[in-house]
Write a protein that binds this ligand. Structure first.
Ligand code: NAD
Ligand code: GCO
Length: 259
């Protein structure tokens, strides 16, 4: 076996179909690019049509196969409808990446029902609905990869982690429950845990140079994350290379969580 075919047998996503929520922005955009480069056909589910069209155009120009579904994942009905539409494009997915998320950050005493409900709907319930729609089929076909993007705040309290940390903690738990149910049938379920990555999710924090520098200093690597830092980890968790890795949290955080 040549080195090339050895690597390909481990990491190639040729012939596989992926659904990536939030795949046209930030970390999700980097993951979408990585999966298409590795050979997967990717359906991006997010809200803004202009951004979705531009992303799919870029991916296609790079030789990738991609399409989009525009949906607001803020209700279970919309998430269900988006899953149906996504499955109708390239077929039932082999890979599901739940990357769409919101972080509204009110102080704990001001955390109201509206913030709680939106946070739970997008960060937790949509991943649940998509997992219920696609997981059983993956198990029946004997191969699947479910990847949820969580947060440091799933594991520790941060300033204003309120509803966000709760949603991400529950998402870690959902990954373990899905892993317990579907791993015997070839479906691994894991989470990717970012550190701090300046993106549209955290514009207020990322436009404060002092806080940005303080967060970088808390890592071991000495810098904050870049969306591209997630490319390798996403391909690994989506590929055959990770067949014996399930129910795990993969921290892609420059050592922030252990410093
Ligand atoms: N950036 C960080 O420092 C950081 C740290 C930890 C975890 N995360 C997680 O990474 C993921 C990606 O975030 P990002 O930092 O790339 O930010 P981002 O804002 O670039 O991406 C978030 C994505 O979620 C989508 N989204 C939000 N609400 C939606 C809704 N109602 N319906 C459909 N799509 C919706 C957005 O359109 C966007 O595509 C999120 O789940 C976030 O919680 C980010
Ligand atoms: O979504 C998140 O998890 C945050 O945006 C991250 O950047 C950090 O966990 C935290 O905010 C650092 O204080």
């Amino acid at each position: 076996m040549t080195s090339e075919s050895y690597l390909s047998s481990l990491f190639s996503l040729d012939g596989l179909v992926a659904v990536v929520t939030g795949g046209s922005s930030g970390i999700g955009r980097a993951i979408t690019g990585a999966l298409t480069h590795a050979g997967a056909s990717v359906v991006i589910v997010a809200r803004r049509e202009a951004e979705l069209t531009a992303t799919v155009d870029e991916l296609t120009a790079d030789g990738g196969r991609a399409a989009w579904v525009s949906a607001d994942l803020g209700t279970r009905e919309a998430a269900r409808a988006a899953a149906e539409e996504a499955a109708g494009i390239f077929g039932e997915p082999d890979i599901l990446v739940n990357c769409a998320g919101v972080n509204l950050r009110p102080p704990m005493s001001e955390l109201d029902d509206a913030v709680w409900d939106t946070t739970m709907a997008v960060n937790l319930e949509a991943p649940f609905v998509l997992g219920q729609r696609f997981g059983p089929g993956m198990a029946e076909r004997g191969f699947g990869r479910i990847i949820h993007v969580t947060s440091q705040q799933a594991h520790r309290a941060f300033v204003r982690s309120g509803a966000y940390g709760v949603s991400k903690g529950a998402l870690e738990s959902l990954a373990r429950s899905q892993a317990e149910a579907w791993s015997p049938y070839g479906v691994t379920c894991n989470t990717l845990v970012p550190g701090f990555v300046p993106t549209p999710l955290n514009t207020r924090l990322s436009s404060d140079p002092e806080q940005v520098a303080a967060l970088a200093a808390r890592t071991m690597v000495g810098r904050n994350g870049l969306a591209g830092d997630f490319a390798g980890a996403a391909v690994f968790l989506a590929s055959r290379a990770s067949a014996y890795v399930t129910g795990q949290s993969l921290f892609v955080d420059g050592g922030l969580s252990v410093h």
